[in-house]
Write a protein that binds this ligand. Structure first.
Ligand code: NAD
Length: 333
């Protein structure tokens, strides 16, 4: 816990979302006062129950609008997590994706730059695009698909966010650090925007089939949100991290078919596994990547990042949360 004199005042955009709410919980536990700026497009009030309500306040607005009511210099730190997220959302609403991710980040950086308030920008492993160099290392080239496929708009919009944050750092001395999240998983993640693990866990709990897209041999890495969140505050705390990009995820990989099997086994479910063609799930010309794995050398050296939570534990905790939160999940699906 911080003493009164070192109590930080922190702004978290997207603080009612999956990762954001875990971050708010972590900040409150260390003694910070938190302002959450969220328009509740994919975030949920329920994510904040359990966090002492006298330790945070909520501004219910889009980032660019909400920030106009905040005095520059009010905050000691800013975590910018608000974004249009999820494969399904990105494909179905590309305008909202591009505009949210570019305009809102631009507004946030301009605000932070006025008083050089340290800011962390949430980016994504999608920024690597179709790169085939494994593992993905921060300074690798990025390779995007053609602009006729809206699926790449998420990656491109987040890449613009990175360029902008690095430009503010170089030109105006803004202490901005970029975290490139790989798949982050855990309680409070919902499946309706295309996130694979909550989709699988929910299906396994209901006895429905687990839908694996394609042959299921696409390989990913999954990191528990409770390992990810302390790394965000550690990146913020180290002045040497400003102006740099960091992969943030797990180095352990698993194929999506193996993940489905692990969920069924861990939850002792009777659900079958069903293969669904990509075209059926996402329409024609959807391009998925076969392999995504982060090189974690940089973040390990910078802040000693070393995730500890095993995937079966995450699956059990997510299942427990879905069971408890079931009524809400049914409503929002
Ligand atoms: P989420 O959808 O749960 O959180 C996003 C939050 O931002 C939500 O609370 C939503 O209501 C809010 N939001 C969206 N648009 C907004 C706007 N214009 N103004 C204010 N609030 C807005 O998703 P998440 O998984 O917690 O993602 C958080 C961040 O991490 C995002 O920037 C995302 O791109 C990044 N990320 C997440 C993952 C992952 O595996 N979860 C992977 C890569 C990157």
């Amino acid at each position: 816990m911080n003493t009164q004199s070192e109590q930080r005042h922190v702004l978290v955009t997207g603080g009612a979302g999956f990762i954001g709410s875990h971050l708010v919980e972590h900040l409150v536990a260390r003694g910070d006062r938190v302002v959450i700026l969220d328009n509740f497009s994919t975030g949920r009030r329920e994510n904040l129950t359990g966090i002492a309500s006298d330790r945070y306040e909520v501004i219910d607005a889009p980032v660019g609008e909400g920030i106009q009511g905040c005095e520059p210099g009010t905050f000691d730190e800013i975590y910018h997590l608000a974004a249009a997220v999820g494969v399904r959302l990105v494909i179905e609403q590309p305008i909202q994706t591009i505009e949210t991710n570019v305009h809102e980040t631009s507004a946030m950086l301009r605000f932070a730059a006025r008083t050089r308030t340290p800011i962390l920008i949430a980016s994504t492993s999608e920024v690597y695009g179709k790169s085939s160099r494994i593992p993905f290392s921060e300074d690798d080239d990025v390779v995007f698909g053609p602009t006729i496929y809206s699926r790449w708009s998420y990656a491109c919009s987040k890449a613009i966010d990175e360029y902008l944050a690095l430009a503010y750092h170089r030109e105006q001395g803004l202490p901005a650090v970029i975290a490139r999240f790989f798949n982050t998983v855990g309680p409070r993640q919902v499946g309706e925007y295309g996130m694979v693990l909550p989709r699988f866990v929910r299906a396994a709990l209901r006895g429905d089939s687990l839908q694996v897209y394609g042959d299921g041999q696409q390989v990913r890495s999954f990191c528990d949100v409770r390992d990810v969140v302390p790394a965000l505050t550690a990146l913020m705390a180290s002045p040497l991290c400003a102006g740099r990009v960091f992969n943030l995820g797990s180095g352990r990989t698993i194929s999506i078919l193996e993940l489905a099997e692990l969920v069924v086994r861990t939850l002792e479910s009777v659900s079958p596994i069903e293969h669904v063609p990509y075209e059926t799930a996402f329409g024609p010309d959807f391009e998925d990547l076969r392999l995504r794995q982060p090189d974690l050398t940089r973040i390990r050296e910078a802040v000693g990042f070393s995730p500890v939570t095993e995937l079966p534990q995450t699956i059990r905790d997510l299942a427990q949360w879905i069971r408890r939160d079931g009524a809400v999940m049914e409503r929002s699906a």
